[in-house]
Design a protein around this ligand. Structure first.
Ligand SMILES: [Fe+2]
Ligand SMILES: [Fe+2]
Length: 311
C-alpha cells in the first residue's frame, strides 16, 4: 500500500542578515521587532534548524509545507535571504509556503509583497491566495493570513475575498476525492492563541470549513505542538495541527519539531492519515521520533473550538 508523506514545519525565524535594516526602519515596527530579536535570537538557533532540515531530508518526504514566519522583520534583505534558504532546500514545486505575520511586519499590504517567493506559494505563477496544489492524493489549499499590524500586535486576517475564493475552491468537485489540507499561519480555532495574536476573521474561516469541509488544517504561529478541531459539515470534526518553531532550541518551552503526515488508502476505500512527530529529545543529540498518532484519534482527542491540547 503506497504512502504519501507531507512534512510540516513552521516558524524557522531565519537569522536576519547584517544589513536587514535601513534608515527607514527607525520609526517603524521593525525597530521594535529588532529589540525583540535580541531576546529571540537565544531561542531561534540556526544550528537547530539545520539539524531539523537534515532530519527531514533524510526522511525524503514527497512534499513539504512551511507555515510561515521565515523572517523576523520582513525587510527586503530578509525576504531575499529566506528565498535563498528555500532554494537550498530543493525544487520549489516540492515546497509550499504560507507566509506569517513576521513576513508582513510593516509596509504595504497585499500578496504582491511576497512576489519573491512566488514559486513556493503555489503553481499559479503569481503571488495570490488561496492557491490549490494537487500533490499525490492531496489537495493543499494554501492561504495567507499575514498582514501588517500595529506594534505589539501579531494578529492575522484572510479577508472576505480570499475566504470567498477558498469557499469556491473547497466546493470544487475536482478535489472531492482528494485529501484536502488547508494551510495558514494563524490557528483557526478559538483560544489557541491570545487575542493579540489571533486570526481576526477566524469565525468566517470556520464557517467556510463547516460548509465545505476539509480533512486537516495545518498552522504555525503558536510555536507549540497544538492539536485542535473545528466543525465540518454535518457535525463532522476537522483536525487542526500546529507545530513548534523549526529553530527552537532544546531545553526551551517547546523545542523544534516537524510532523510527517502519512496519507494512505484505507481498507474501506477511504483515506486515512497518521502523524509522525520528530523532534529534539531532552539530553540527546539530533532529532528522534517522539510519537505517532492516527488522525482519527487526534480528532477524537481534540475538544471543539476551545482546545489548547498539546500533541
Ligand atoms: Fe513565529
Ligand atoms: Fe507568527
Amino acid at each position: 500500500m503506497s504512502i504519501y508523506r507531507i512534512a510540516h514545519l513552521s516558524d524557522p525565524h531565519l537569522p536576519p542578515p547584517p544589513d536587514a535594516f535601513g534608515w527607514k526602519d527607525v520609526v517603524t515596527k521593525r525597530l521594535l521587532s529588532r529589540v525583540a530579536w535580541r531576546r529571540k535570537r537565544k531561542v531561534h538557533r540556526p544550528e537547530v534548524l539545520a539539524a531539523l532540515v537534515a532530519d527531514l531530508k533524510a526522511a525524503n518526504p514527497d512534499h513539504v509545507v512551511i507555515s510561515g514566519d521565515l523572517t523576523n522583520f520582513a525587510s527586503h534583505t530578509e525576504i531575499m535571504a529566506a528565498r535563498a534558504w528555500l532554494e537550498s532546500l530543493g525544487p520549489a514545486s516540492d515546497f509550499t509556503v504560507s507566509p506569517g505575520n513576521h513576513d508582513a511586519l510593516a509596509g504595504a499590504g497585499g500578496p504582491e509583497r511576497f512576489a519573491a517567493w512566488t514559486p513556493w506559494l503555489g503553481d499559479a505563477g503569481e503571488a495570490a491566495f488561496p492557491q490549490v496544489r494537487v500533490r499525490g492524493p492531496a489537495a493543499i489549499f494554501n492561504l495567507c493570513s499575514a498582514v501588517p499590524t500595529a506594534p505589539h500586535l501579531a494578529t492575522g486576517r484572510l479577508g472576505a475575498e480570499q475566504l470567498e475564493r477558498l469557499d469556491a475552491a473547497l466546493a470544487d468537485p475536482v478535489h472531492a476525492e482528494r485529501f484536502r489540507i488547508v494551510v495558514l499561519h494563524h490557528p483557526p480555532q478559538k483560544g489557541a492563541v491570545s487575542r493579540r495574536k489571533a486570526l481576526d476573521d477566524q469565525d468566517a474561516l470556520r464557517a467556510v470549513l463547516a460548509r465545505r469541509g476539509a480533512d486537516l488544517v495545518l498552522h504555525g504561529h503558536a510555536h507549540e505542538a497544538l492539536v485542535g478541531a473545528v466543525l465540518g459539515p454535518n457535525g463532522s470534526v476537522i483536525p487542526v495541527l500546529g507545530v513548534p518553531s523549526a529553530s527552537a532550541r532544546p531545553g526551551g518551552h517547546s523545542p523544534a519539531r516537524w510532523h510527517a503526515i502519512e496519507i494512505e488508502d484505507g481498507p474501506d476505500g477511504g483515506r486515512r492519515a497518521r502523524i509522525v512527530v520528530r523532534g529534539i529529545e531532552p539530553g540527546r543529540d539530533g532529532l528522534a521520533e517522539l510519537g505517532r498518532y492516527s488522525l482519527v484519534d487526534l480528532a477524537r482527542k481534540a475538544t471543539l473550538h476551545t482546545d489548547r491540547a498539546s500533541l
